[in-house]
Design a binder for this molecule. Structure first.
Ligand SMILES: *Cc1c(COP(=O)(O)O)cnc(C)c1O
Length: 229
């Protein structure tokens, strides 16, 4: 199957899932995750109409963004971000989905964004598991981080983000329902921060049913990742 065919199929599946959830596709942003794949694939996806791309490793994202800097597109940083790399990431990332601690926000306070660039779209990543190593803030810390983002002019609070627990830990349905509840708490602080970044290749249907607005889909569209990197 070609990339074009996989993208077309995914778009149809997303439309079906939206319709099953009585939602419309205009509420959904498809972020195609291109980690481990070449800048050439980004170009091909761009030709096919994709404008939102996701990366989870800073070094790789920075180089790829440079290689396709002639294209009109938006980079979403979705991986764990080291505090000392945050300023560099702010030079290419239009959105950061993985803000999960106060120090990360602090490190972005003084970042000088490219001229005329709007504030970076900021999502507070929530850890839906009990394992602190997974990344994401504990649910009880999310509101404080959201408030801190609201006080940072370089950042625009968009909402929350999460990765589902492993299927044997908890079903994506129930995990994403908890995420929806956390999103509602954030919206009481800032009503416009209504975005929910959730849903990957294997759980986008459950995410759409639970109100996701930003789907982060990789392998279903890009094919298997080139191995061993
Ligand atoms: C890799 C990745 C994705 C995409 O995963 P697929 O299963 O390939 O769709 C989404 N979100 C994050 C945070 C990722 O690291």
């Amino acid at each position: 199957m070609t990339v074009a065919a996989r993208l077309a199929q995914m778009r149809e599946l997303i439309a079906d899932a939206a319709s099953d959830a009585s939602r419309t596709i205009d509420e959904l942003t498809l972020v195609v995750v291109t980690k481990f794949h070449s800048a050439e694939l980004v170009r091909e996806l761009h030709r096919l109409g994709v404008r939102d791309f996701g990366e989870n490793r800073h070094q790789e994202a920075m180089l790829k963004a440079e290689e396709v800097s002639d294209l009109d597109l938006r980079w979403h940083f979705i991986g764990q971000l080291q505090t000392n790399k945050a300023k560099q990431a702010s030079q290419y990332a239009h959105a950061i989905h993985s803000i999960d601690r106060a120090r990360l926000v602090t490190s972005l306070v003084g970042a000088s964004l490219p001229t005329d660039a709007p504030p970076i779209e900021a999502f507070v990543q929530v850890n839906l598991t009990e394992d602190p190593a997974r990344g994401g803030a504990a649910p009880d810390d999310v509101e404080a981080i959201a408030v801190q983002i609201l006080e940072t002019p370089n950042l625009q609070l968009r909402g929350v983000m999460a990765v589902a627990p492993l299927p044997e830990e908890e079903s994506p349905e129930s995990a994403f329902e908890r995420l929806r509840g956390i999103s509602e708490r954030v919206r009481t602080i800032e009503p416009t921060a209504s975005a929910i970044s959730a849903g990957m290749t294997h759980d986008y249907r459950e995410a759409i049913a639970a109100g996701a607005t930003h789907l982060r889909i990789g392998s279903a569209i890009t094919g298997n990742r080139p191995s061993a990197r």
